[in-house]
Design a protein around this ligand. Structure first.
Ligand code: SF4
Length: 82
């Protein structure tokens, strides 16, 4: 399962940090979240694998984001959230 974070869309509400604190962190300078340990395949788009024991938290982070800046994909590459 993969998670993708779109920094441009993020408005820094930090619900994702509350839901998955090992995956997201606050960047108070930019006013955006940071997806930790992620690759940046496109400018401002960050992607990483979700550890199995963090899948629930990562899904909650994606669901709670008010601007849908976080997407979750299953192992077949299908977008499952939002
Ligand atoms: S919940 Fe969404 S808008 Fe808020 S910091 Fe996380 S990614 Fe950004």
């Amino acid at each position: 399962m993969k998670i993708e974070f779109d920094e441009d869309t993020c408005i820094g509400m930090y619900q994702c940090v509350a839901e998955w604190g090992d995956g997201f962190e606050k960047d108070k300078d930019t006013g955006k979240a940071v997806l930790l340990e992620a690759d940046e395949p496109e400018d401002g788009v960050y992607v990483r694998e979700i550890p199995e024991d963090a899948e629930l938290d990562a899904k909650f982070a994606a669901r709670t984001c008010p601007v849908d800046a976080i997407r979750v994909y299953d192992d077949d590459g299908e977008q499952i959230i939002p």
